[in-house]
Design a protein around this ligand. Structure first.
Ligand SMILES: Nc1nc2c(c(=O)[nH]1)N[C@H]1C(S)=C(S)[C@@H](COP(=O)(O)OP(=O)(O)OC[C@H]3O[C@@H](n4cnc5c(=O)[nH]c(N)nc54)[C@H](O)[C@@H]3O)O[C@H]1N2
Ligand SMILES: Nc1nc2c(c(=O)[nH]1)N[C@H]1C(S)=C(S)[C@@H](COP(=O)(O)OP(=O)(O)OC[C@H]3O[C@@H](n4cnc5c(=O)[nH]c(N)nc54)[C@H](O)[C@@H]3O)O[C@H]1N2
Ligand SMILES: [Mo]
Length: 770
């Protein structure tokens, strides 16, 4: 099969769904959000089941919202429930009563299901029993759990090296399941543990680790309420972390000023009606952003440099008044080299490169110069670029100049995506484990784990494509649709002898498969988990390092679902058999035994079983928060980075692939992007009016989008042009429809994260016969 063969369905549309354009909303949330939330939940799960789920979400005795990783307040949680519109949609998706049994799979050929869009596939329902696709088969068919595990065990044991198997993890997996999974994979003999983090905040982890000695953010939620300035770069919290707006609103009421750096005027950044407050329900909004900087895509490095340059000028005029000299002296390295380099910068060029006027940059510098408590938040707008690691280090540079790390109201805040993506990494889901971690595994479990690094996501795709790996196992997620270069990745998966997915819902990765394929249905966050007649709970780590328990409350849609920890134990037993150094049966008795072993293996989990049962859980240690830096030098490092322009010809555009308001990654809840005023259609391309004019395009025209990275032609067909306030030569489309265009070989330096926010493309008008 050639790499240019199109994946049927979302990537090769046969029809449009009826685009309607409205105005860009001025404020996020409020009553429409509440109405939308209830509509979704009641529609999928029924009113009683839906309300029960909502009532227990993010409560201290309930379950962790399966949507984003934004933390819950340590105190005063809302009596109505601590959720948002998009958390409610995530629950509607999981708590749905629609289920896929053997009949469904008998009636629907894989090929026919693959021709549906992601939205249509997701609507089908929860997978209700394990199913198997034999070699050459056209339909998935029922299989028992024992047969399924034995089949995988046999496939894994027949490989000539354990490194020929790949074990992917998505970020919903609990600490307990993640810990067992990595233990199994290492006992089997490989570090091939790619995860969604490789495509997400890997750049943040690398940058923070190298600059500050810990790959996690330093702030707590309370810090927001003591901050003087909060800078939000490359993040759309109104859609992706809606509960963050509540924190911003409160911060603002306490006097914080907010600066937003984003190519788009994202609604949530501009204004907010808090649906948990009567005032908000009545539509009395909080204005959030004080200074909005509509940066060009990937202009952040130049923008940060420009602000630092202007601050340095203030510092020269008032020595010691602008930079925190004692902090810099005591805690940092390479300040002089950094300043020497900064002096060489040219402010006009920097302003030009980021697309922000010197007047606006000066306004920012004037605001920042007297402030000492600054928080910087960021997400995918910074991490998914070639120079992402250096840009995030530049954010750190700015904070270091101001002494804004390791004190109340200040610090780093990479806002995580999946609800337990941070916890999975803490548990050892990592393809490049440290020596200390491996030594502890060896000592605690009496086996020698593999020492050589495994494949990350991009390397895993290439290994499958090149025949160096042939069994692919995924603990959650939607590998095919989430990864870059969809056609290339599809062929990589097709070359496997076996692909296995532990999943809650049907998705495209089940339909573009290896020679043989298995879908293993598991419990979700909201499902009640009974083991030997006793209710179990799991635990998760949020974006600010708090470990909390999560206990599902809903009766599972089918008796044939197993929990992720149970699936891992049974898979490990079937694969490792008598050669297993680990007593898996112990974990199958009670999850407390898993937590006991986490406690003896991973630092910071002392008295895990006791402390996780305390209401609100506990904080993991964080050196930055405590004012120290765990680098080799024990100092924070200034980094010298430079703006590196992306060379484009006049007819090229820089494309960012972003999330609509109606999706969770590859799960499409609906076809609207309410805040951006786009309805009933996802195949849109948001373009600057000037760029449309110069290409003779008008609103509603249809284009094909091309990328030619590395001499390979990639094309995404049929996108409707929508004029939008976005800087010139920049444009936006939705992920995952345009992942076909993201080159597998275009990755961030050091973090190897696919560059999904800066894809160089051309558009070509196509005529559509009606
Ligand atoms: N409802 C919902 N919640 C989610 C998710 C979801 O899909 N739906 N996904 C979860 C996950 S896994 C993650 S990682 C997070 C993602 O959360 P976000 O990072 O907010 O998600 P994106 O839609 O990728 O948005 C990136 C933002 O960066 C801006 N941007 C793009 N390029 C640049 C740039 O070069 N510079 C700057 N300054 N800005 C830029 C875009 O305009 C957009 O506002 O959300 C999590 N929460
Ligand atoms: N172009 C482009 N590509 C991107 C991004 C982008 O911004 N642009 N963002 C990247 C980012 S930030 C991320 S995090 C990745 C996301 O990559 P993934 O995490 O792989 O993708 P998701 O869409 O979150 O996975 C959804 C699937 O997870 C399964 N699932 C849901 N809940 C559970 C559960 O509790 N247990 C199990 N076992 N399965 C479950 C369901 O079957 C569902 O279909 O995508 C990346 N890809
Ligand atoms: Mo993510």
């Amino acid at each position: 099969m050639s790499d240019t063969q199109h994946i049927p369905g979302a990537e090769n549309p046969e029809k449009f769904t009826g685009l309607q354009l409205g105005s860009i909303k001025k404020t996020a949330a409020g009553l429409p959000a509440v109405v939308e939330a209830f509509k979704q939940v009641a529609g999928e799960a029924g009113l009683v089941r839906g309300l029960k789920a909502l009532a227990h979400m993010n409560k201290k005795d309930g379950f962790d919202c399966p949507s984003c990783a934004w933390p819950d307040p340590d105190d005063d949680r809302s009596p109505f429930g601590e959720y948002c519109e998009n958390g409610a949609k995530a629950i509607a998706e999981e708590a749905t009563l629609k289920k896929l049994t053997a009949d469904f799979f008998a009636e629907n050929a894989v090929q026919d299901l693959a021709a549906l869009t992601d939205y249509e596939i997701g609507r089908k329902g929860r997978i209700a029993q394990p199913v198997f696709l034999p070699a050459g088969g056209t339909h998935y068919q029922p299989i028992t759990w024992d047969e399924a595990f034995n089949k995988i065990g046999r496939a894994l044991n027949s490989l000539s090296s354990p490194d020929e198997a790949i074990f992917y993890t998505s970020g919903r997996t609990s600490n307990e399941a993640a810990f067992l999974y990595q233990l199994f994979v290492r006992a089997y003999g490989t570090n091939n543990l790619p995860d969604c983090s490789n495509m997400c905040h890997e750049s943040s982890g690398v940058a923070l680790g190298e600059s500050l000695g810990i790959g996690k953010g330093s702030v707590k939620l309370e810090d927001f309420y003591e901050a003087e300035v909060i800078i939000i770069l490359g993040q759309n919290p109104g859609t992706n972390h809606p509960r963050m707006l509540t924190a911003l609103q409160k911060a603002k009421a306490k006097g914080a000023r907010i600066i937003a750096v984003n190519p788009l005027p994202e609604t949530g950044l501009m204004g907010f009606n808090n649906p948990q407050q009567v005032k908000g329900l009545l539509g009395m909004d909080s204005h959030l952003t004080d200074i909005f900087l509509p940066v060009k895509i990937n202009g952040d490095m130049a923008l940060l440099k420009a602000i630092e340059y202007l601050l340095w000028q203030h510092e020269q005029a008032q020595p010691g008044q602008v930079f925190d000299r004692p902090f810099i002296e005591n805690n940092t390295l390479d300040f002089d080299a950094f300043i020497n380099d900064l002096q060489q910068q040219n402010i006009e060029q920097l302003a030009q490169a980021c697309g922000i006027s010197i007047a606006q940059l000066t306004e920012v510098a004037t605001l920042l110069k007297d402030k000492t408590r600054i928080i910087a938040c960021w997400a995918m707008g910074l991490t998914q670029h070639v120079n992402a690691v250096d840009t995030i280090k530049e954010v750190v540079n700015l904070l270091l100049l101001k002494g804004s790390i390791g004190k109340p109201g200040a610090g780093t805040c990479p806002v995580r995506g999946h609800s337990n993506v941070q916890g999975d990494r803490t548990m050892g889901i990592y393809e490049k484990p440290g020596k200390l971690f491996l030594d502890t595994i060896a000592a605690n479990f009496s086996f020698q784990p593999p020492q050589h690094p495994g494949y990350d996501v991009v390397e895993a795709i290439k290994a499958m494509h090149g025949g160096r790996a042939s069994v692919f196992i995924a603990m959650g997620g939607n590998f095919l649709s989430a990864t870059p270069d969809t056609n290339y990745t599809a062929n990589a998966l097709r070359k496997c002898t076996l692909t296995v997915h532990v999943s809650t819902k049907l998705n495209r990765s089940h339909l573009v498969h290896g020679q043989e394929a298995l879908i293993l249905p598991c419990l979700g966050r909201s499902d009640k988990d009974l083991l030997n007649g006793e209710e179990q709970f799991v635990s998760c780590e949020n974006s600010m390092g708090v470990i909390q328990w999560s206990k599902g409350v809903l009766p599972p849609v089918s008796e044939q679902l197993l929990s992720e920890p149970v699936i891992v134990c049974r898979l490990a037993k079937a694969t490792l058999g008598s050669r297993s150094p680990i007593d898996w049966d112990k974990y199958l008795q009670h999850y407390d035994h898993i937590r006991d072993d986490i406690e003896r293996t991973i630092p910071g989990f002392g008295e895990y079983n006791k402390r996780v049962r305390q209401p609100g859980g506990f904080y993991l240690p964080n050196c930055n928060r405590e004012g120290s830096f765990n680098t080799a030098s024990k100092k924070a490092h200034f980094n010298i980075g430079h703006h590196t322009p992306i060379h484009m010809s006049a007819d090229e555009l820089l494309m960012m692939t972003i999330r609509s308001h109606d999706q969770f990654n590859t799960t499409i809840y609906g076809l609207n992007d309410r805040y951006r005023g786009i309805y009933k259609e996802r195949r849109v391309i948001l373009m600057n009016q000037q760029d449309m004019n110069s290409r003779d395009l008008k609103s509603g025209d249809v284009v094909d989008i091309y990328n030619h990275h590395g001499g390979v032609e990639r094309v995404a067909h049929k996108f409707i042009v929508v004029p939008y306030p976005i800087p010139e030569q920049c444009m936006a489309t939705y992920f995952p429809e345009t992942n076909v265009l993201v080159p597998v070989n275009s990755v961030a330096k050091k973090s190897n994260t696919p560059v999904s926010k800066a894809v160089v493309v051309r558009v070509k008008k196509v005529s559509i016969s009606s």
